[in-house]
Every structure is written in C-alpha cells, then in structure tokens.
Design a binder for this molecule. Sequence first.
Ligand SMILES: *Cc1c(COP(=O)(O)O)cnc(C)c1O
Length: 338
Amino acid sequence: MQAIDFRSDTVTLPTAAMRKAMADAEVGDDVFGEDPTVNRLEAMARERFGQEAALFVSSGTQGNLLALLAHCGRGDEYICGHRAHNYRTEGGGAAALGGIQPQPIEALPDGTLDLEQVIAAIKPDDFHYARTRLLSLENTISGKVLKVDYMQKARDLCDTHGLSFHLDGARVCNAAVFLKVEPAVITSLFDSVSICLSKGLGAPAGTLLVGKGDLIKEAKRWRKIIGGGMRQIGIIAAAGIHAIEHHIDRMAEDHTNARRLADGLMGIDGIDIDHNAIQTNMVFAKIAPDRLRSFNEHCAKHRIRIDNGNPIRLVTHLDIDEKSIDRTISVIGDFFHG
Ligand SMILES: *Cc1c(COP(=O)(O)O)cnc(C)c1O
C-alpha cells in the first residue's frame, strides 16, 4: 500500500512529464548568465508575477534571506508577524549574516497584522533606534489567505512611511487560486516576493525571487556571496517552467481535497476541526493529548504520514487524490469509532 503523506506539500515527487522536461532541458553556465532554461524561467516569472526582474534561487529560505539582505543593511530592522517563516524558521539568517533585526508584531487569527500596530512599531529617526526599513508579509500563512484590499492598504502604509514591502509568497499561487485572481494581482503590489516552486507547484527544488530591478540586482550579488550561484541549473529550472505552466490552476483540486478531508473528519467524534479556517491546502486537527501517541501509531501502521504536532497540520498536494482522502477519513474513523 502506498503511503499518503500529509506532512507538507514539499514531499511531492516530480511527475513523469516534469522529469522529461528536465531531461530535455537546454543548459549553460548560469553564473555567466548563459543558461537558456534559467533565462526562460526568469522571463516567464517577470511576466507571470508582474515584476521588473526575477532571480532563480535554491530555496524559499534563500529567497527571503536575499531579499532581506538587499532591502536592509546592518542595524536595520524589518517588521513581520510573530509567526512569520522569515522570523521563526529560517535560522535567524538575516541577523546571523546581515546584522538585521526583526521587529515581530502579534498577528491576528486571520494572519493579518493590525496596520495601526505596524505604524506604531516604526522607529523614530533617532540614533537610539534601529532603522525600520521593511514590512514583510506572508501569503498564504498557515493556509490562510490575505485579501487584496488588505495588501493594498499595507502597500499604501509603506509608501506613506517610506518602507519597502516584501512578501514571503512561498504559497502565493495557492492564495491566487483561492482569490480567483492572476498571481500578479498579488505579487505586483510588493517590491520583492519569494515564490517556492518546490511546494504545491511540485518541482524538486527552487524558488523565484521577483521584484524591482535594482533590488534583484543587489540580491544577485548576495546570492553569489553566500555561495548560491549555480552552473547548469537549467535542469532544475525546467521543472519550474513545467510547474508554472501546468501546476498552478490545478491547486484548486488540492483546496477541494482539503475541504473534503475536513468534511469527513468533522463527522468523527474525538477530532476537532476548525472548518472556517480552511481556505487552501491545509487542515488543522486537534486530538485529546492522551490519545495522540496511539493515534500517531495507528496512522503510521496504515501508511498515513502526519506530523506530530497538536493540532496536527494536514497538507494536501499533487500526490494526494480524492481516493487517498477517502482512505484517510476511513482509517481515522476506525481509530475513533472502531
Ligand atoms: C517553506 C517556506 C519557506 C522556505 O522554503 P524552503 O524552500 O523550505 O527554504 C519560506 N516561507 C514559507 C511561508 C514557507 O512555507
């Protein structure tokens, strides 16, 4: 029996068509700017995400780090949510490598930051304080979508207060599919956006950093400094092109599957689902702590892979179809009712 892996959308395997595109890719030395497939991916990214420039980088963490290094200097700070990926789960890279400090703000349950609190966190022009340079948002955040009018208000705030504006858009295509807009409607609001190709889009690796021309130029310099320049990387970029061409619209299926999973689990006593929180490809399920261990063992025995948090985060993706959802509901139902 094949495992059903809900731990993340990073676990997706390249499809046969994606592997063929990779095998057939024309390549060259990308540090010399001579990889035609990387150049094609970056051109496609500029167009699709409505920005002047694009840079293909190794990971979402690298994309966010390069953006922070390009926007901020030593002793500068960026404002972000207290659960932001580029604050909590990127090893403190901006501080370690750039002398940049975060100014986290407690995010509201819907993932937004209260913009009055953002304004209050901007430091006065006085040498006692760090220089506030940047506002960084994340969309989607824990599977939740920030709306376009909210992002526009945040953009206006940045313009008024002289801040740059970055989006950690690791899953921004999920947000666009949910909002039924082209991704550029979201991404063009920002000065820089990092977009993971290796999550729900299904590529084996790679992230696009898109943004203003001078900013991306600076980010490219930092990419070299941190050892991120790669050579015949068109082999991986070809997977990214395939992902953008074929795997954005289909994310609607992942969202439908997440709701199907939530609907099924709602009918089971012993498992608690916040159904209203489900917008894209994530479902959060709470279980009585004393049953958690045996629940994890039961799932493992039936080849259902889940993380060991509580609430458990279940992520749907390219490699989970409707039948897998139904099998999961039935296995979990057996645990609580059987
Ligand atoms: C996964 C993720 C990243 C980092 O991506 P990696 O490719 O794993 O380094 C950044 N931000 C968010 C919101 C993510 O979900």
